[in-house]
Every structure is written in structure tokens, then in C-alpha cells.
Design a protein around this ligand. Structure first.
Ligand code: PAF
Length: 326
């Protein structure tokens, strides 16, 4: 789809005096997961704070569980102004702002604190600001946690165990390169197709953080969970740029405050599920193993060829500046 951002900008400028306080404006917010997931909790906090700040000016209408389609479709809806807001993973974000893909590099972040510090610091905020050039406005970085592999074929300890494994990846070239380098057989796929593809055996496995595995009940369609923590999974709260440009400064400040608090709620949810999720999934019958430090190192060295590509795309110095960020 070709989008003329000059037309969208003109539409935004036309409405630049802000949405009138007397008329209620609907804000459709789409996200891929259920209302009781980390996305649902964040969207509800967003609504609560926005209401507290602006009264009845905005009516937040939730479309959970991919009710507006896959993440890429929803983001395109924001660009053309048919959807106002979304919370998405970094899955397809690099297709809109290529620099975002740097955060999808496996084994980049030491832990959640490291990732949060980078995303909230100058590197993350510079990349967030680039969404204004593509018909979007990034309000804040959120997160899902570290991604782990689930599958129905076998327990995973070494790269040999993923050899030829039909694993669904997000539509994300950085992830795809890593799974190809490991020797798996990755299939990029939009999220709404994943559960039925697992049920039908079109794919053997998928990878997602505990937040997703628990809230989607992936245990119902997957036997093995390997705590690989192979990559951090950022999320983003985005609004439509044409919509954003129609807000006045007070309204913009309210949206920013609501987004900040939504992210605090999302991260608190992730902190909790990182502590409790493994037990929950064991109770639900999954066979769980955690990669030891040596096993993790083996996976990391299996993707050296993918790293060469990452350095070429993002620059080794830039990647190192993230790895070494304190
Ligand atoms: O795997 C994905 O596509 C994402 O992690 C998901 C589940 C849609 C959440 O954003």
C-alpha cells in the first residue's frame, strides 16, 4: 500500500486545534492478546489514566485478541487513520522503522533491567522518535519479556535439537536469520494463524515469552518448553500520527502520561509472570527444561553467521554500544 504522508499531515494540521472537549472521541486500541494479558492490563491502565486526565473527552474501545487483525495490519490501520492506537511486539516494527530491528538481535541484552535502561535511554528514545516519519507516533516502549521455544517434537538442549524444526517466527528478518543459522526450518507467520497451524501440525513449534505462553495457554497445543531466553521481546504503544496531530498540547500530555503508566503496569505484569509462569506451565502439564549457561553459549555461537549480517546492517559499534550500555 502506498501512503501519502503529506495528505495525512495536512489532515492532522487541519485538526490541530485539538479534539473539542464537548464531543467524545473514540479511540480504537487493537492488540493481539486477551484482556487479562500484559497487553490488556496495559491498555486498561492507559484508558484509566486518560480518563482521569481528560474526563469524558475520549472513549477507549478495546479490540483484544487480534480483533483488528495481525500486528502489521493494525499498524497500517494507524498509518491511514482508521485505528487510533495499538500495543504491538517488535515483530513487524522493523518493516516500518528499520533501526528497530537492532533490539531483536538474539543474546543482546543481559536481563530485563539492561533492556529497560536501553529502551528508556537515548538509544531507545531516538528510535522511538523515528516513527513520526512513517505516519505513526511512538508513545512508549513496553515489553513482553525474554522469548523461549515451545514445540511438540523434542526437548531442546543444543542446536542439534532444533535441526529441521518447523518453528514459527514473527515476520521479522532478524529472528529469521538467527533460526536459519541455528539449522531450524523457520516459517515467518502472522500471529492469528499460529494456534491453528500448531494444532494442524503445519509447524512443530513457536517462540514467545512466558507472558504470552501463559496467557494464550500454549500448553494446550505444545508439549515442550525450553527456557532459552534467546532474545528480548520489546513492545511499543503507538498512536496514529494523523490522530496525534489532531490533539492539542494538554491532550498530548495526557496521552504521554497514560502511556508511561501503561508501561509501568505492563512491566509489573512481566516481572510477575517471569517469577510464576514456569510453575503454572508445569502444573498445566508442560515438560520444561532451562538451558544451562554452557548450552546457551552453544546456541549463541551457532548464530555467528547471522551476527555478521547484523553487524553489516546496524554497525558493530552500535550493537556493541547496546551490549555495553550500563
Ligand atoms: O509472537 C508474536 O507475534 C507476538 O509476540 C505476539 C504474540 C503477537 C504478541 O505481540
Amino acid at each position: 500500500m502506498t501512503i501519502d504522508f503529506r495528505v495525512l499531515a495536512a489532515a492532522g494540521a487541519f485538526a490541530a486545534a485539538g479534539f473539542p472537549a464537548f464531543a467524545q472521541t473514540d479511540i480504537k486500541i487493537g492488540y493481539a492478546l486477551a484482556p487479562d494479558s500484559h497487553y490488556g492490563v496495559a491498555a486498561s491502565k492507559f484508558e484509566e489514566v486518560l480518563k482521569a486526565e481528560t474526563g469524558d473527552q475520549f472513549n477507549v474501545v478495546h479490540f483484544p485478541s487480534s480483533g483488528l487483525g495481525g500486528e502489521r495490519e493494525v499498524i497500517e490501520g494507524l498509518q491511514i487513520g482508521t485505528v487510533e492506537a495499538t500495543i504491538v511486539s517488535s515483530g513487524t516494527l522493523a518493516n516500518f522503522v528499520s533501526e528497530t530491528g537492532v533490539f531483536d538481535i538474539p543474546f543482546l541484552f543481559r536481563d530485563l533491567d539492561h533492556a529497560r535502561a536501553v529502551l528508556d535511554g537515548p538509544i531507545g528514545q531516538d528510535i522511538l522518535a523515528k516513527f513520526d516519519n512513517v505516519g505513526l507516533h511512538g508513545l512508549a516502549w513496553g515489553e513482553q519479556g525474554f522469548r523461549h521455544i515451545t514445540n511438540n517434537r523434542n526437548a531442546i538442549h543444543t542446536p542439534a535439537d532444533v535441526e529441521g524444526l518447523k518453528i514459527r517466527t514473527m515476520e521479522n528478518p532478524v529472528h529469521l536469520a538467527a533460526f536459519n543459522a541455528m539449522g531450524a526450518a523457520p516459517t515467518p507467520m502472522a500471529w492469528p494463524e499460529v494456534i491453528s497451524s500448531l494444532q494442524q501440525g503445519v509447524i512443530d513449534g513457536q517462540e514467545n515469552p512466558l507472558s504470552v505462553i501463559v496467557s494464550v495457554k500454549l500448553n494446550e497445543v505444545q508439549k515442550y518448553l525450553t527456557l532459552s531466553g534467546h532474545v528480548y521481546s520489546p513492545a511499543m504503544l503507538l498512536v496514529s500520527k494523523p490522530f496525534w496531530e489532531g490533539l492539542d498540547d494538554t491532550q498530548k500530555a495526557a496521552f504521554e502520561k497514560a502511556a508511561k503508566e501503561a508501561v509501568v503496569a505492563m512491566r509489573a505484569y512481566v516481572d510477575n509472570v517471569e517469577k510464576t509462569g514456569v510453575e503454572t506451565l508445569k502444573e498445566r502439564g508442560m515438560e520444561v527444561n532451562a538451558l544451562s549457561a554452557d548450552e546457551k553459549a552453544e546456541f549463541q555461537s551457532s548464530i555467528q553467521s547471522a551476527y555478521e549480517g547484523y553487524y553489516e546492517t546496524y554497525g558493530k559499534d552500535f550493537v556493541d554500544s547496546i551490549v555495553n550500555f550500563k
